[in-house]
Design a binder for this molecule. Structure first.
Ligand code: ATP
Length: 536
């Protein structure tokens, strides 16, 4: 797993997973753009969720509701009044913070001169229509859930569903977070994968427990490890006003143990809030009187011959937080083979020079100096295994200002390139690219033609994304595919053409496995079935 967020940010930018939004104009805080590999990874995650929660269940329907909704939705959902975070201003440096995320001190300038917290509504307001009428506005949805609630009756009537059943949706949500931070963990524009699961009152607690377990199992199925995933049962005083119980699934992100998904028992609050004639419904939840709704969001129970307002269990996950968790879990820096002493010697010398220079540096604050020297000495003791840690050493505060830092970098980088690899151990069904077809020689017409043909055939199955790459020597190409998490490389060589030493290898290719780096020969006609089997 990744040790620091910097490892992920840097890999994501270098290889084209995720870029900072609007970078050419200095950026826009709290926005990120998914690049060529990021969009594949994110789509694969969403597809895996949709398959498991819609296709493979008998009790679920999907929808895709509009982001813009009638603004009354947000009045009766409670968001206009209560979707707020407590905000404080620093009187010294004028920056603003979320009061519950700082501890009485401005994280930027350290001043304790803060204003009292005041509520800040996180919804983005937007004008709807060309007339600048103060009433013609709505909000960008801050969650996808409300699009499901207002469509409850439509789905019920068009599908003849009975309780229990659920509605699933994946889509964008927007929150004007006071302090977006931690890469794609807290952003202002993100995606959610939400389920509203409707059950008979009285069956809600059992379904809530079941959903918590289902959701944990699903996150394990996409590759998160159990020790990095922690269910947290919210205490009574932490619960949202409408919730009877909430379990957060926390994940050990590089920046700490934080919420990946929330699974709430929301009782009859939502359907009750968006209904007319609320007095006739026997609601358990306390809702605001609704003067505008045109329908009652109820289900007619043919057994009891009564109209019921279903209780709702809501598993709500963040797609971007899911992507971050997958990247973090999959990330590894591994030694491929031990570096011989003569290759380590120059690094050892450069490191010693660097540490002497750090110790003598008068501009460096004592604490920074101690940290650099201590880390440097720790690395020096097991240099061979700890080479990649030099990147961490060089990113300590003040380290890059030491004059021989560049020299150390220059010594260590080529050794790392040769003896280490960065690899993303994605489960195959999530990997952005499933197969890379590589020619052993890029100027050989027979090899190139065969490789391109295999790439086309595999791609035509529609079952996987397959790429052809001839932009380097084979070792370098393997490393590049490791770094982006491609589970299989297929190499075409002279044996494939029947021009090698062993005639029996004609019409076979080398399949190289990302995780073990093991290689095996597979006959070309069997390749598709072989890969499909491994990908299941
Ligand atoms: P937090 O306490 O971290 O702000 P929340 O409890 O407000 O999150 P919910 O309203 O329960 O979050 O939203 C459901 C899910 O949507 C969260 O579990 C998270 O995965 C995702 N999510 C919420 N806010 C953001 C955000 N600003 N950026 C990225 N994902 C988010």
């Amino acid at each position: 797993a990744a040790q620091t967020m910097e490892q992920l940010v840097s890999l994501c930018k270098r290889r084209g997973f995720i870029f900072p939004g609007s970078a050419i104009y200095g950026g826009l805080q709290g926005t990120y753009d998914y690049g060529p590999l990021g969009v594949e990874l994110k789509n694969n995650l969403k597809l895996a969720w949709w398959r498991a929660n819609v296709w493979e269940r008998d009790d679920m329907e999907g929808i895709d509701a509009a982001i813009l909704m009638n603004k009354l939705t947000w009045r009766y959902s409670g968001h206009e009044d209560t979707f707020v975070d407590p905000m404080v201003d620093c009187k010294a440096c004028k920056l603003r913070w979320r009061a519950d995320q700082i501890s009485g001190k401005c994280p930027s300038c350290g001043s304790t001169e803060l204003t009292d917290p005041r509520p800040f509504n996180l919804m983005f307001k937007t004008q709807v229509g060309p007339v600048p009428d103060p009433e013609s506005f709505s909000y960008l949805r801050p969650e996808t859930a409300q699009g499901i609630f207002v469509n409850f009756k439509h789905v019920l009537d068009s599908t003849s569903r009975k309780l229990p059943f659920g509605i699933a949706q994946i889509g964008k949500a927007f929150r004007n977070e006071i302090t977006p931070r931690n890469f794609i963990f807290r952003v202002r524009e993100f995606e959610q994968m939400e389920i509203e699961f409707f059950v008979r009152p009285g069956e809600d607690e059992r379904w809530h427990e079941k959903w918590v377990q289902d959701r944990i199992d699903w996150w394990l199925s996409v590759g998160l490890s159990r020790q990095n995933l922690e269910p947290y049962h919210q205490k009574k005083e932490e619960l949202a006003h409408y919730a009877k119980a909430t379990v957060d699934l926390l994940y050990r992100f590089p920046h700490g143990l934080e919420e990946l998904e929330g699974i709430a028992n929301r009782t009859d609050y939502d359907l009750g809030s968006h209904s007319r004639d609320q007095g006739s419904l026997g609601l358990r939840a306390r809702v605001s009187p609704n003067a505008h709704a045109t329908d009652k969001l109820t289900w007619f129970d043919p057994d009891s011959k009564q109209h019921v307002v279903p209780f709702v269990v809501e598993p709500s996950a963040g797609v971007d937080r899911g992507v971050l968790a997958l990247l973090s879990e999959a990330y590894a820096e591994e030694q491929v083979k031990p570096a011989p002493a003569e290759r380590l010697k120059p690094v050892e010398e450069a490191l010693a020079t660097f540490l002497r220079s750090a110790a003598r540096n008068e501009k460096l604050p004592a604490a920074a100096k101690d940290a650099i020297v201590a880390e440097g000495e720790r690395i020096a003791q097991g240099l061979g295994e700890r080479l990649p840690s030099i990147a961490g050493l060089l990113s300590l505060p003040g380290a890059d200002g030491i004059e021989v830092a560049k020299k150390l970098r220059g010594q260590v980088d080529p050794v790392i390139d040769e003896f280490y690899r960065t690899v993303l151990h994605f489960k195959p069904h999530l990997a952005p690219i499933k197969v890379a077809v590589l020619p052993l020689k890029k100027n050989h017409a027979g090899i190139v033609g065969t490789a391109k043909g295999i790439r086309r055939t595999l791609q035509a199955t529609g079952a996987m994304r397959v790429v052809y790459d001839d932009t380097g020597a084979i070792g370098k190409l393997y490393r590049r595919q490791d770094e982006i998490g491609t589970p299989f490389c297929v190499t075409v060589d002279f044996d494939t053409l029947g021009e090698g030493k062993d005639a029996a290898l004609a019409n076979t290719v080398t399949v190289r496995h990302r995780d073990t780096m093991a290689q095996e020969r597979v006959a070309v006609p069997e390749l598709e079935a072989y890969l499909r089997e491994k990908m299941r």
